[in-house]
Structures are given as structure tokens and as C-alpha cells.
Design a protein around this ligand. Structure first.
Ligand code: COA
Length: 176
């Protein structure tokens, strides 16, 4: 099994097809003919065995505003592992690789949104309850600016020198 990092623009048709098959089975209600839900990620980690893709995670690299101060983040998008290969630590390995990349490159925080938080708690992520503002996108349409607390699903992990504060967050973009 190998994990490779790929910029989104570098994906070839074979990789796109493999990702589509994986994503469609992992998120049957959300993803049909696309390999992204709302917007393209900047890069992905792709896990494969003998050229068959068995796991993936997208990463959005951006700046958010935390209490008026800009913070760099890696946003985790659509983490999934093929059912035949679950519970062998692949998701954990991919998240740890993203964490290493974030630390090496002085990214302030990793941010994600998840209903089931078991894996992330185990990997040291903390749940946060900031009031957030973001750009609503639905099926390739901008639907406005949304403000809400995402206390039931928002999680962060510090990877740089900044401390997280329980203050207003402007995502400066869509919610990945
Ligand atoms: C979540 C998922 C990526 C985990 O992949 P994995 O390679 O099996 O993960 P690991 O082997 O590193 O860790 C397994 C642990 O993750 C936790 N876990 C299982 N499903 C999870 C989920 N949907 N969300 C968060 N954590 C989960 C469990 O604690 C599990 O251990 P356990 O079964 O012994 O209790 C995989 O189950 C999956 O693709 N689920 C469907 C898509 C999905 O829900 N993605 C998360 C979006 S936020």
C-alpha cells in the first residue's frame, strides 16, 4: 500500500475515475458524478494498492480570520477508505501525514467538520464551538453568507505557534 500526495490539477483520468468510484461508495447521498462536493481541493493524499485507489483525503489550504487575525489552515475534506480496507489504520496514516505537512510548513491549524468524531479525538483534535461565517455553496451555485455555531461538528488541531480562541471565525470561503 502506498500513499501519494497529488495536486488536484495533476490528477489523470485514471486517478479521477478511481476517486469517483471510491467517493461514490463512501458518500452515496452526496457525490454522484463528481470527485468533489462543493469545490475542488488544493491537493489530496491518495492511498492505493497495486494502482487501485482505496483511500483518499482532500486538503483545502487557506487563510481564515479568527477574532480578526489571519490564521493559515489545512481543511480536511471527504476523508474516506474503501470498505474492504477499513480499520487497518489508513485514515489515521493519512491524517498524520497531513499533520506532518502542516507542521513542516508552519500551518497554524488543521480544521475539519465531522459528525462522527471518534477517529479525530483519538488523533488529538479538539471540538470547538466558535460562531462561524462562511460562503454557502449548493450545486455550483453561491447561495449567500451563512452564520452559525458549528459546535456539533467543528474540530481543530494546533500545528503552528498560534493558540485557538473561542471567538468569531470568518472562514473566508466555503465550508469544506
Ligand atoms: C472514517 C473512515 C475514513 C475511517 O477509515 P479507516 O481507515 O477505517 O480508519 P482507521 O483504521 O484509521 O481508524 C478506524 C477507527 O475510526 C473510527 N471511525 C469509524 N468510522 C468513523 C467515521 N465515520 N468518522 C470518524 N471516525 C470513525 C473508529 O474509532 C474506528 O475504530 P473502531 O472501528 O475500532 O472503533 C472510514 O470509516 C470511511 O471511509 N467512512 C465513510 C466515510 C466517512 O464517514 N468519512 C468521514 C467524513 S468526516
Amino acid at each position: 500500500m502506498e500513499i501519494v500526495k497529488k495536486n488536484e490539477y495533476e490528477l489523470n483520468n485514471l486517478e479521477k475515475a478511481g476517486l469517483q468510484t471510491l467517493l461514490k461508495s463512501a458518500f452515496p447521498d452526496c457525490l454522484s458524478s463528481r470527485i468533489y462536493f462543493k469545490q475542488l481541493p488544493h491537493f489530496r493524499l491518495i492511498g492505493s494498492i497495486e494502482n487501485t485507489i482505496i483511500g483518499q483525503v482532500g486538503v483545502d489550504h487557506r487563510v481564515i480570520s479568527l477574532n480578526g487575525n489571519s490564521k493559515s489552515i489545512f481543511g480536511i475534506i471527504d476523508l474516506c477508505v474503501d470498505s474492504a480496507h477499513k480499520r487497518k489504520g489508513l485514515a489515521e496514516e493519512m491524517i498524520l501525514e497531513i499533520e506532518s505537512l502542516a507542521k513542516e510548513n508552519k500551518i497554524d491549524f488543521i480544521v475539519l467538520f465531522a459528525d462522527d468524531q471518534r477517529l479525530y479525538h483519538r488523533l488529538g483534535f479538539q471540538s470547538v464551538s466558535n460562531r462561524c461565517k462562511w460562503l454557502g455553496i449548493d450545486e455550483h451555485k453561491t447561495v449567500g453568507i451563512i452564520q452559525d455555531s458549528l459546535a456539533d461538528c467543528m474540530m481543530i488541531k494546533k500545528t503552528g505557534n498560534s493558540e485557538w480562541q473561542n471567538e468569531d471565525v470568518d472562514m473566508l470561503g466555503y465550508l469544506f
